[in-house]
Design a protein around this ligand. Sequence first.
Ligand code: GDP
Ligand code: MG
Length: 394
Amino acid sequence: MQVKKIISDSVTKALSEAKEQYGDEIILLESREIQGETGLPGKRRVQVTISVNETPKPARKWVPPAALRDTPKEPAAAAEKEKKPDNDFSRMVTDILAKKPFEFDQEKKILNELTNLRQEILQITRQSVNPALADFPEEYSPVYSGLLEKGLTPDVAHLFIRRVYQILQSVKNVKPAEIEKGVRNEMARIFEPYRISDTAGSGPKIILLLGATGVGKSTTAMKLAAHPELYGKKDVVIISTDPYGPSEALKSFSKMNGTTIYEARKNDDIEKVLEKFSDREVIIVDTPGQSPFAPNHLKRLEEYIQILKPADIFLVLSLNTDLKDLFLTSALYLLLKPSGVIFTKFDETSQPGKVFAILDELKLPVVACSEGKRIFIDIVPGQIEFLYKKIFEN
Ligand SMILES: Nc1nc2c(ncn2[C@@H]2O[C@H](COP(=O)(O)OP(=O)(O)O)[C@@H](O)[C@H]2O)c(=O)[nH]1
Ligand SMILES: [Mg+2]
């Protein structure tokens, strides 16, 4: 990414010029009025700072290393097997279960939860979209169908409607609004907002962000550091552990917001963090993007956890991900015992109701919900009202 500045008569004009020049992928980092740029006193001009995605270089065709080129060919079937990634998540979870020792109670509990989770995943996969409607009356069906359309899984939607029916069954001619109100109450029972604790006096509070590549961890780190109801009023340092160094977006955020960004690519650098920033209030550690299934990824993160002993570990989940993958990713990251969850990319899903299926499984409090790229705007602290809006209002 690169940072560019564009001057024009208005923010809208500057942004449309920017889009013309750099395409739709631009991110607005800052806008401000400037004076005197045209030499005409009093003429109002606006300068926008944007970050721009560099055009991706065309991928080079992969050529096997010389040493391998002349080796005799493997039988076709074996070669095919070698190539295929193991995507069978049931097998993957089984593998994790097999690898982890059952020595500690806590570990055991998590692994048992994983086993249950696996059953749940299988159930969801098998479930046809033909719900068992028989055990609530017809007038509940429109609300039930509405929930399915918004991405609630049939079992969670069914659970909500069943409970509402139990409460309202003595009411004659129950209105959709009453059913909806009941469903809202049920949603609030599953959705636990994370409470930001006071950090005063007890040394820096260390927060580690976990999540798959591209889910929005770095963006979330900035959003957490900027939002006044999250950590915006605290003295925050963001630790970038990305092997490629902090992104341009992080650097310009640092300039704009005054937040310190510290680069820690190796474990040695991580060890220095505690000493170097012992006087700060909050240290947000942005972990490197990698597939959660990559070998050693969890091990690496475990090392960070051992060194930093974070007070909080927040799992970042992007809602534009398929529900099965969300479950599987969450199952893996559960091994690192997260203490809260952050949902991103609400603006990129038509199925926000997925959140309830995940929360029903993870039982983690919601720290924040994110719905766009704009650091200072597109985040709200975990509040059920945000979900009500997404599900019941268009
Ligand atoms: N639409 C949308 N984009 C987001 C959101 N959060 C992050 N992004 C974008 O997703 C991309 C990857 O984000 P990044 O923070 O680098 O992900 P990371 O790999 O997890 O650190 C960037 O282009 C972000 O601007 C969000 O809530 N909505
Ligand atoms: Mg990142």
